[in-house]
Design a protein. Structure first.
Length: 509
């Protein structure tokens, strides 16, 4: 126990303009399940990629069972005894289960496969996990849970000593999670070291022995899971220690009493995304959606805007049942949506500022009602001035603008459609302090102008400061709702942590 199975010491990794990891230490013992935790940008993914040979570290060393290693690829990491199973199973769906388990190591001679030996070896690999599966079935025909079991069987058949599970439960239901945890415990009993990357605190306390928290590319600390309360854990992930209750006086006033909901959800749910929840959005209010990464914030927003199809529940628009089966239908009802991923789901980088701003309005009007160049110029000039978009001119490619100004262009695009409801998913992420303040001022103006706003942010202070009501999500469930003036940073942290900040009832197993 004195010598860890895995030891990363002083790991550093830089990218242009970004320090992704700064002197990070991380260790895993044989026969333990170790959680790696942190919010977006904490450095978890970069650390895993350094460990598995995707990235070469700029500083530090990796030791496995006391020997220094420097894998230059995932294949080299596997040859050292480090195997990784990702949330999105990285196998070949068109091949059989047996072919996937034995891929690259198929038994045979003189170019001919020994199919009987291949199937026998695959069955043995699955038997180690006590998983029953037709090894001749096409992998893509299996459930996500079974595909992950196949990926784990393959990883172990590669003689892994360390198994990295990167968000393995994100697409599993409760029964499938329980089955995976049973396998993890069995492997722990065999002496395997397991790195478990997850956003779900209940799962951390259910199955892990120790945990390491990263924040902003640095290690916050390493802890025994049972010794750290949930509230303390959330505080370490967010960089804020729990303090006495102090309800905010800075929150904006609530919407006028009796205001009818623009959009109301009842029992809204999607398997693997959100458990049934109720939510109302009224004119003249900002509803903040708070929760840790993986709590279901973005999934809720996507359901409300028709990007994802709901499996259960009802939506009402201005009191009338509505299907909202697509973003086009949502836009037709006067809704708008700014995605958290402005690079891939927001801006059209090679188009101009003007073309980006008029895009949604033109799409809503249709191909037969083309906006004239003069009208485009008028709209563009208005929003460049109103939102203080810093650009050399309206015909500048939007990719040449700063992140904050790109975000303002996205807001202008939707405001040009004159929506009644706007969903803002992380509108201030990755922008400078000045642009952030301007966007917060804009949110206040939208509320004052009578819009309904759903505001999602991983910064709890922002949620409290800008919201008239706050809804808290945890583990994909709505767990609390606070009226104006009732929310505070510390109160939200306690609810996000759950169980009044105490360790999980089940504790490490």
């Amino acid at each position: 126990m004195n010598e860890p199975l895995l030891a990363l010491r002083g790991i550093g990794k830089r990218f242009p303009g970004v320090v992704a990891l700064n002197g990070v230490d991380f260790s895993v013992r044989s026969g333990e399940i170790h959680a790696l935790l942190g919010e977006n940008g904490a450095g978890k993914s970069t650390l895993i990629k350094v460990l598995t040979g995707v990235y070469a570290p700029d500083a530090g060393e990796i030791r496995l069972a006391g020997a220094r290693i420097a894998p230059a690829s995932p294949k080299e990491a596997e040859s050292c005894g480090i195997s990784t199973v990702y949330q999105e199973v990285n196998l070949v769906p068109s091949l059989s289960v047996a072919e996937n388990i034995m891929l690259g190591r198929q038994p045979g001679r003189a170019g001919f496969l020994n199919w009987r030996a291949l199937r026998r070896a695959a069955r043995a690999a699955l038997a180690r996990l006590e998983v029953e599966c037709d090894v001749e079935a096409e992998l893509g025909s299996l459930s996500v849970a079974l595909q992950q079991m196949v990926a784990i069987a393959r990883a172990l058949d590669l003689r892994a000593r360390l198994l990295v599970l990167d968000e393995p439960t994100a697409s599993l239901d409760e029964k499938e999670v329980a089955e995976l945890f049973a396998i993890m415990r069995r492997l722990r009993g065999e002496g395997l070291g397991i790195v478990f990357v997850t956003h779900f605190l209940d799962q951390v306390y259910a199955v892990t022995d120790r945990l390491t928290v990263l924040r902003n590319g640095e290690r916050v600390g390493e802890y025994d899971t049972a010794a750290l309360t949930r509230l303390a854990l959330v505080g370490k992930m967010l960089g804020r220690e729990p303090a006495a209750e102090n309800p905010s006086s800075a929150a904006p006033p609530a919407a006028e009493p009796g205001a009818a909901p623009v959009l109301a959800a009842r029992g809204l749910a999607r398997r693997g995304g959100v458990h049934p929840l109720d939510l109302e959005l009224r004119r003249g209010e900002v509803v903040g959606l708070a929760g840790l990464l993986g709590s279901g914030r973005t999934e809720t927003a996507r359901l409300l805007f028709g990007i994802d199809r709901r499996d259960a529940g009802e939506l009402r628009v201005r009191g009338v049942p509505a299907r909202l089966g697509s973003p086009r239908e949502a836009v037709g009802h006067g809704f708008a949506f700014c995605s958290e991923d402005r690079k891939t789901e927001g801006i059209l980088p090679d188009l101009s500022v003007r073309e980006n701003i008029v895009f949604a309005l033109q799409a809503r009007q249709g191909a037969w009602r083309v906006l004239g160049r003069a009208e485009q110029a008028r709209l563009c000039a208005h929003y460049i001035a109103a939102l203080r978009i810093k650009t050399p001119g309206p015909d500048t490619p939007v990719k040449n603008l700063s992140g904050g100004n790109q975000q303002k262009v996205l807001l202008a695009r939707w405001l040009a459609t004159q929506p009644e409801l706007i969903i803002l998913d992380e509108p201030t992420r990755g922008i400078d302090i000045g642009a952030k303040a301007e966007i917060e001022q804009l949110i206040a103006k939208l509320r004052a102008d009578g819009l309904a706003v759903l505001f999602i942010s991983s910064e709890i202070e922002e949620v409290v400061r800008n919201s008239t009501r706050v809804v808290v999500l945890r583990e994909r469930c709505k767990v609390a709702e606070f009226a104006a003036g009732e929310a505070s940073v510390d109160r939200l942290m306690a609810v996000m942590a759950g169980s009044q900040g105490e360790p999980g009832k089940a504790g490490p197993a």
